[in-house]
Ligand binder design. Sequence first.
Ligand SMILES: C[S@@+](CC[C@H](N)C(=O)[O-])C[C@H]1O[C@@H](n2cnc3c(N)ncnc32)[C@H](O)[C@@H]1O
Length: 263
Amino acid sequence: MTLQSGGQGMDDNSARGRQVRALAPWFHNLHLPDGTQTAPDHPLGDFPRFKWQQIAPALPEDMSGMSVLDIGCNAGFYSLALAARGARVLGIDLDEHYLRQARWARDQFDVGAAQMALRRMQVYELARLEEEFDVVLFLGVLYHLRYPLLALDIVASKVRELLVLQTLTMPGEETLTPPEDMTLAQREQMLAPEWPKMAFIEHRLEGDPTNWWAPNRACVEAMLRSSGLEPIASPGHEIQLARRSAGGGSASSAELRSVLGLN
Ligand SMILES: C[S@@+](CC[C@H](N)C(=O)[O-])C[C@H]1O[C@@H](n2cnc3c(N)ncnc32)[C@H](O)[C@@H]1O
């Protein structure tokens, strides 16, 4: 991940300031209870606080009794925000560096591990988790995956009520109602700006070789529908809220089980 802060700009020589620097680089600018910030010089600004301000109104103020899965939890900004609303949170990430930050941050906020559990885990491993969650956050991860639709099918199966999805996109906000069928001769339609498309990035984007895909908005919505979720709102740029759709998705469970070695 290239958009990080090394904790530079922090001239704080307190014990907490030294700990923040020892845990750098940070992708999340956490505002700690004493006012210290973990990435005050973040290249994206006060990240992800400004994104949370777009998402927060869509979630209940009181989330007591609700369960949340935070996929790619990083340093735990969202997990902490949802724990603060009373939710029981599971944050997963594959990177031990960020999980170390999240565990440390959890202590700073005096949040117990029972309320905010953290686990080193690949998104695909969720297929082996029995549990479903009232709310699933899938923020900033989809485009880092080589197998995005596989991941989305798995993530969708964990959503009881609401998925909050954020992904890097390619330009183009147009959407369409997809045709039920088309002939081979009608493939020209796929060149329309509103046709669902996902650009493949073979090398790097913004210096990051893990940025594999950039879907347009129509593609994000189409993938959600295809995974059994109904897009219901977009509270901010590149953010989609989706709920479980009554009909379910078109994912073949036999194919999924075979890919995951579950047969
Ligand atoms: C761009 S950051 C997004 C962090 C946070 N969700 C947010 O929106 O601010 C991507 C995070 O996802 C994690 N990640 C990337 N690929 C993953 C995977 N396959 N399974 C689980 N976590 C992953 C990274 O380690 C990183 O912490």
